[in-house]
Design a protein around this ligand. Structure first.
Ligand SMILES: Cc1cc2nc3c(=O)[nH]c(=O)nc-3n(C[C@H](O)[C@H](O)[C@H](O)COP(=O)(O)OP(=O)(O)OC[C@H]3O[C@@H](n4cnc5c(N)ncnc54)[C@H](O)[C@@H]3O)c2cc1C
Ligand code: SF4
Length: 561
């Protein structure tokens, strides 16, 4: 066992782990961060300006580089070599893992929408899933602090699904693009509002980070720090306190407990040597991502915790949720033949369509309980993979037609809330271990009618918007069961160690503290009691900032010895 002294051992360096380490070190606590992936420095390793011509297959996606050759995920993806997971019969579940310092924050889309007062008490309203153990007002000041620290651009809209930030917290958003304004106008005719997307992108300089210059692909990472990733912000800031030690290539296997069943150490495999190591841990914070943290708990069986650590309720691994997803695209006649000008912006959409249906749901007019929003993809690019087939011919005339159609396609991507159901969960597959000898996760998944009805509604809405824009789209809609993305595919998996008010049906209390083990905390999306449609990561960081502050207070008071 190591003789180095830390107040807290944090597992993971992504949104949750880095925010935990940042908060704790700023409050004077000594932190050891254990990260399974390799060290990564976006300042020197980000291929921001490389040309597609310099990459194999012109940078196109391949099975081991799912989002293209230059994607920021230098280690990881839908498959991690030597680290499989298994699925039950009839389950299709996709699990994106990034094995690198900063985790998935090096690549994420940076959409950063607050949950609203609608989102914390869904069960009380419609009887599905579970309530959170607090209301929106409890998190509001922490959202402000997180948005300010992280740097989020957007606008206060006054819409009831998009709570306002306090004055001067948000950075100004970029201007909407022409195709986005067209969608906004068409959606407006259907009573659907449009709003600036909130994104963790700096539009003004902040600390050592520069403002976005609207020119490169955020998915490659951002060496100037404009796009938020923990490797250019929270981790260096925490290191600057002198209180953070980072150990990369440390694949945590289990949390060890003492005779009373309290956490006392963490065992990890040194990925460089394959040797197991154990480090003393007065307090453990698991932030390895929802399914990895649940896996660690389920693999931490002991006499005191025979079902796995913190699992007396049997809820670890249960209540697994992702966002729903479905896409629809159309070519818009009004966008054909427009002059080509610079419309780049910060990679993703500047406007989006927030959920507008709370009142309809309250009146019982919809056959699904929870909302969704539309993200948009527009801009000067060829209109879709089918296009070369339609573009027959050669020479000057073919080039003229291709230029004419350039930038005329719009895609609407639905992102919706699912309700947890008994068919969606993960457990340990005792028959399979990874290359480190650690038993792997096994997934079970089935969408319910709630999600299929929601997607049906979303596809009909997208079709109606496109029709108003004069697009040639079929009346007949795709089957929602075919159109809906696979479980896990939207990469918003949460809920596997949910928080609540009772140890009978939840894993942690409102502070992310395990009911069964007072010096063990979970600070990732595992603790979510529900999965509102507004992309989970801002709330992971906000909740972590709040809960790590509470943890530091308890340590100061000696309440967690
Ligand atoms: C392409 C893409 C687009 C996305 N877009 C958005 C978006 O626009 N908005 C949004 O809100 N979210 C988005 N997400 C999701 C977002 O990235 C995650 O919600 C967020 O990163 C989760 O944070 P986390 O700290 O729980 O996990 P991660 O960021 O995955 O970090 C977990 C870290 O723990 C490490 N780890 C795992 N297991 C172990 C172990 N056993 N021992 C030690 N370390 C371990 C991992 O290597 C990793 O570095 C996107 C994700 C992807 C991949
Ligand atoms: S578009 Fe802006 S935020 Fe995105 S990578 Fe380029 S500079 Fe960074």
């Amino acid at each position: 066992m190591s003789d180095q002294a830390y107040d807290v051992v944090v597992v993971g360096s992504g949104a949750g782990g880095a925010m935990a380490a940042h908060t704790l070190t700023k409050l004077g606590k000594r932190v050891l961060m254990l990260e399974a992936g390799r060290d990564y420095d976006p300042v020197t390793e980000t291929p921001m300006f490389n040309s597609p011509a310099d990459a194999p297959l012109r940078g196109a996606p391949t099975p081991d580089k799912n989002f293209g050759y230059y994607d920021a995920t230098v280690d990881g993806g839908w498959e991690v070599p030597g680290e499989p997971y298994t699925m039950a019969d009839n389950t299709e579940f996709k699990w994106w893992r990034a094995r690198m310092l900063g985790g998935r924050t090096n690549h994420w889309g940076r959409y950063s929408l607050r949950f609203s007062h609608h989102d914390f008490k869904g069960f009380s309203r419609d009887g599905f899933g579970a309530d959170w153990p607090f209301e929106y007002d409890e998190l509001a000041p922490w959202y402000d602090r997180t948005e300010e620290l992280v740097g989020v651009c957007g606008t206060n809209t006054g819409l009831d699904d998009m709570p306002d930030s306090s004055p001067d917290i948000l950075m100004p958003p970029p201007k909407p693009r022409v195709p986005e304004l067209l969608v906004a106008a068409a959606a407006g005719k259907l009573g659907i509002p449009a709003a600036p997307m909130h994104r963790a992108i700096l539009t003004r300089p902040k600390d050592d980070r520069a403002a976005c210059f609207w020119a490169t692909q955020c998915g490659r990472g951002c060496s100037i720090g404009a796009a938020f990733q923990t490797t250019t912000s929270l981790i260096p800031m925490a290191k600057a306190t002198g209180l953070l030690t980072v150990q990369t290539d440390a694949m945590v296997r289990s949390v060890e407990v003492d005779a009373q069943g309290r956490a006392e150490a963490v065992t990890y495999i040194d990925r460089k040597t394959g040797a197991p190591r154990t480090v003393a841990a007065p307090v453990v914070v698991l932030a390895a991502s929802a399914c990895e943290s649940a896996r660690i708990l389920l693999n931490s069986k002991s006499e005191q915790h025979p079902q796995g650590l913190a699992n007396r309720s049997g809820q670890v691994g249960r209540n697994l949720m992702d966002s729903t997803g479905a896409n629809m695209s159309a070519v818009i006649p009004a966008l054909k033949g427009r002059p080509i000008y610079n419309e780049d912006g910060h990679t993703a959409n500047h406007l989006f369509l927030p959920w507008w249906g709370h009142d309809m749901q309250a009146r019982g007019e919809l056959d699904f309980a929870r909302g969704y929003h539309f993200e948009m993809s527009t801009g000067f690019k060829p209109p879709g993979g089918y296009y070369p087939e339609k573009l027959q011919g050669y020479g000057v005339e073919m080039k003229r037609r291709a230029r004419f159609d350039y930038g005329s396609q719009i895609s609407l991507a639905l992102r919706g809330e699912m309700v947890p159901n008994a068919d969606c969960y993960m457990e340990i597959d005792d028959a399979v271990t990874d290359r480190w000898g650690i038993p792997v996760a096994k997934f079970h998944w089935k969408w319910s009618e709630q999600e299929l009805n929601q997607v049906r509604h979303g596809l009909a809405t997208a079709r109606d918007i496109f029709k108003l824009l004069g697009a040639d789209v079929p009346d007949e809609l795709p089957d929602p069961a075919e159109a809906i993305k696979k479980g896990g595919e939207i990469i918003h998996e949460v809920g596997t160690t949910r928080m609540g008010t009772s140890p009978k049906d939840s894993v942690t209390n409102q502070w992310g503290q395990a009911w069964d083990c007072d010096n063990l905390f979970v600070m990732d999306g595992g603790v979510f009691a529900s999965n509102p449609h507004k992309n989970c990561t801002l709330t992971i960081m906000t909740l972590t900032m709040r809960n790590a502050s509470w943890l530091a207070e308890q340590l100061n008071k000696g309440a967690i010895a």
